[in-house]
Design a protein around this ligand. Structure first.
Ligand SMILES: Cc1cc2nc3c(=O)[nH]c(=O)nc-3n(C[C@H](O)[C@H](O)[C@H](O)COP(=O)(O)OP(=O)(O)OC[C@H]3O[C@@H](n4cnc5c(N)ncnc54)[C@H](O)[C@@H]3O)c2cc1C
Length: 393
């Protein structure tokens, strides 16, 4: 589809604004979308969420740039950006956003065959099929290519045995994209990319219980699991190339522009009071709040520059640097928020703490994971050094 003319942009913005106003359920305003994307039970129980999901599915706006035959609306990136901006402006969220839209979908569009695209993309576009990511293993995290999950060609099917770990949402997922070893002689060159139905006999997802009592991820065991031949994406032993591309899509989605981030200064005014000049009553905190806001502005400018450079080629190695920048901003912000709230920012449960205070404590703890998942901070720096700066590996 051709790029949009400036006049089209304004027209489309008005159209998007009107449609969203008429269709986004007001009860979901400012409700974190992650609540439903990460939790199938919460999603199933919420009628407003289900209505919103159905409306966005019918419109194809959950994945606006995908072709209509795959469940999208066949629009350009520019249209998609406008929909995202208008959604953020009304405190809304994309009910379709998931591992399927952020990771597998874009990868299948590049590497899947037509049958795989038609079988899976429409169910991702309607968020009726939840996916999980079976990459990490007990002996293969940063050194992902050391993975050992075995996959044998049995003629009419694949036979998979092994163990994955830290698999987010595996206990609620319908399908899993899995990296398996099809050749033990070659490291990166012996990996393949499989799509596995989580209902297959021989799969067991054991939730890992965190110190908080909640569970986010699982250990997943594959005990002689039969997988149809047609579920291999790309060629045998091409999995490492496909996985690297998927990780670029993942890191890109983890570092998407968050223009709507809530400013912390008004909150600091409320909790800490003001000095005689009406400023937050702590010069040191003031300086750090300004630094965090400036880093956020600089980050957004860099995202825009990289997006313009990338044009239609999709994410590049530059997303590794972005992911680290974004992790740093979010972690610093979470620290500042807890500091502003003082002792109230340490609340976990019970009446003395407001919902926002309890959420701040959880966000602070969760922020630690930003520089681990999707590849750790050090691993991203290694990629930036090698691929972006051209330093010797
Ligand atoms: C919240 C969360 C969700 C996750 N979800 C998933 C998921 O859905 N699917 C999935 O497959 N995985 C998932 N992971 C796993 C994640 O991808 C790994 O934890 C991550 O890649 C790091 O691997 P590791 O834990 O084995 O640590 P290690 O690889 O053992 O690393 C330990 C430390 O050593 C450093 N290090 C390692 N190698 C180098 C090096 N060459 N140079 C410099 N430093 C190095 C690392 O940076 C890190 O600080 C998730 C992790 C978290 C925290």
């Amino acid at each position: 589809m051709a790029e949009m003319e400036p006049i089209d942009r304004e027209e489309f913005r008005q159209e998007a604004r009107a449609w969203l106003k008429a269709n986004f359920p007001p009860a979901l305003t400012n409700v974190p979308g992650l609540l439903f994307q990460g939790d199938a039970h919460a999603a199933a129980a919420n009628a407003d969420y289900q209505l919103w999901r159905e409306r966005m599915t019918d419109k194809g706006w959950g994945v606006p740039t995908w072709a209509p035959r795959y469940g999208g609306a066949g629009l350009t990136e520019a249209h998609g950006k406008i929909i995202g901006e208008e959604l953020a402006a009304i405190g809304g969220f994309n009910p379709i956003r998931s591992y399927g839209t952020m990771m597998l979908g874009p990868t299948l569009l590049e590497y899947g065959d037509e049958a795989q695209k038609l079988e899976h993309l429409p169910f991702i576009a309607s968020h009726e099929r939840r996916w999980c990511q079976g990459f990490s293993e007990p002996g293969a995290g940063s050194d992902l290519a050391a993975l050992q999950t075995k996959c044998i060609d049995m003629g009419d099917h694949w036979l998979v045995s092994g163990q994955k770990i830290w698999t987010s949402g595996a206990d609620q997922a319908d399908w899993c994209f899995v990296l398996v070893r099809t050749d033990t002689e070659r490291k990166q060159g012996g990996i393949s990319f499989l799509l596995v139905d989580m209902q297959s006999e021989g799969i067991e997802a054991r939730p890992i219980v965190l110190i908080s009592g909640s569970t986010h991820f699982c250990e997943v065991f594959f005990n002689d699991v039969k997988v149809p031949k047609g579920n291999l994406v790309g060629e045998v032993n091409q999995g490492w190339t496909i996985a690297k591309r998927l990780l670029q899509f993942e890191r890109n989605s983890l570092s998407e522009v968050k223009a709507d981030i809530t400013p912390l200064a008004p909150l600091a005014h409320d909790y800490l009071g003001t000095d005689a000049l009406g400023r937050i009553d702590s010069p040191d905190l003031r300086a750090r709040l300004v630094r965090n806001a400036m880093r956020h502005e600089a980050y957004m400018a860099t995202v825009r520059r990289l997006a313009a450079e990338a044009k239609n080629g999709g994410p590049s190695h530059g997303v590794s640097a972005l992911k680290n920048l974004w992790s740093g901003i979010i972690q610093e912000r979470a620290e500042l928020l807890v500091e502003i709230m003082g002792a109230d920012g340490l609340g976990w449960a019970g009446d003395p703490y407001s919902a926002a205070e309890k959420e701040a404590t959880r966000a602070w703890l969760h922020s630690k994971a930003f520089s681990i998942y999707g590849g750790s901070y050090e691993v991203q720096n290694n990629i930036t050094a090698k691929r972006t700066l051209g330093l010797p590996g």
